[in-house]
Every structure is written in C-alpha cells, then in structure tokens.
Design a protein around this ligand. Structure first.
Ligand code: MG
Length: 204
C-alpha cells in the first residue's frame, strides 16, 4: 500500500508557513508504509531532527482500485476515515526546500504517520463539513474542518489517480489546518474526529 499526502491544503496553515503560498493544483507527496504508527503506540522522537512538528489531518482509505477517476465518481473509491498525524522534521524540510530538493526524508521517516482506527464513511457522513481537532497536553492546538480544504477529497482523488493507480488500502492524508508546532518528550497528543477521540498517544 501507499500513503499519499496533500501539502498546503488549508489557507490559514499556508499563511503560517509561507504567506505567499496559494496552490493552483494539489501538492502531493508520499510516505512509505513503514511510516505508519498504529494503535496509539508511543512516538519516539528521532535523533536526526530537533524540530519534529505535528500536523493533524483527516485520512481517507481507498476501497477500490482505480485510475483516472473522475471527481463525480470519486466517492465510490473510499469507504472510511481516520485521523492521522503527518509528523514533519521541519528543520530538515527547511534545508531541503532551500536546496530545492525532494522532501521524502523529512516527511516519510519511520513512524511519521500515526493513524487512528478507521470509521466507516456511513457513520460520519461525507467530508463537506467534518470537524477535527488536536489537544497537546490537554490544550487544543489545532482545530480544523474539512469544509476549509482548498482541494476537497474528490478533487484530490481525481488528481492523484491521473498519475498513480489507487489500490485498496491506500491512504490519503488530506492536509493540515493552522496551528502546527513542535513536540517534545513527554507530550500527550489527543486527536478528535467530529466528537470521537481517536488518537491518544505519547511522545517518548
Ligand atoms: Mg501535512
């Protein structure tokens, strides 16, 4: 399976990192399967970064193989949602950006994609206005709503499936809202999708 992720998909977040960034088409990157961290297991801070930041994102699970999927039929290709963290080694990302190089290491390192259990689409409805938030040590640091995505999930699926065949079990991280920040050892992250607490793990 593969993990596709969208960058710069919430305007308020784009402004906090780069005020001039207004994407005209989805910005896509991938994480390898080894990035997954499940069952609320602890996240161990890697030694190669001194600025690992959380990015809370709604994750969509692909349920059917597809290529060149039209936006109209995209809803047939996903069956469940989860909440995920797109951990990013921001210091490395800055360095890679300055050099104009690819991002893989800062976004795809081991355990950089904690993910919750999946909730069937029928239970949460479509993604036209699904709220989510992250609490860090008991204080809410990120609050998002899928209605604020620049590119909605159906547009993203149509776009990525032009280049990559989507297969059952593939995941799409759909971008993070404003409020990203660093984690440190001892932090507790609790993530909510609608009113359900799905993520609850520690940084060690
Ligand atoms: Mg992200």
């Amino acid at each position: 399976m593969k993990i596709l992720a969208v960058g710069w998909n919430y305007m308020a977040h784009n402004k906090e990192l780069n005020p001039t960034n207004v994407p005209t088409e989805p910005v896509i990157f991938m994480k390898p399967e080894t990035a997954l961290l499940r069952e609320n297991k602890p996240f161990f801070l890697p030694d190669f970064s001194s600025d690992v930041q959380y990015e809370t994102e709604v994750v969509v699970r692909i349920s059917k193989m597809g290529k060149n999927i039209s936006e109209k039929f995209a809803p047939r290709y996903y069956d469940a949602y989860a909440l995920g963290i797109d951990f990013t080694a921001r210091d490395l990302q800055r360095k890679f950006k300055e050099n104009g190089g690819p991002w893989e290491i800062c976004k795809g390192f081991d355990n950089s994609a904690p993910i919750s259990e999946f909730i069937p689409k029928e239970e949460l409805g479509d993604l036209s206005a699904l709220p989510f938030h992250l609490d860090l040590n008991g204080a809410t640091v990120q609050q998002g709503n899928t209605k604020d995505m620049i590119f909605n999930v159906d547009t993203i699926i149509a776009y990525v499936s032009r280049f990559f065949t989507l297969k059952t079990g593939d995941l799409i991280f759909t971008g993070t809202p404003v409020g990203v920040g660093p984690v440190k050892i001892g932090d507790r992250l609790e993530g909510y999708l609608a009113d359900r607490k799905l993520l609850d793990f520690r940084v060690e």
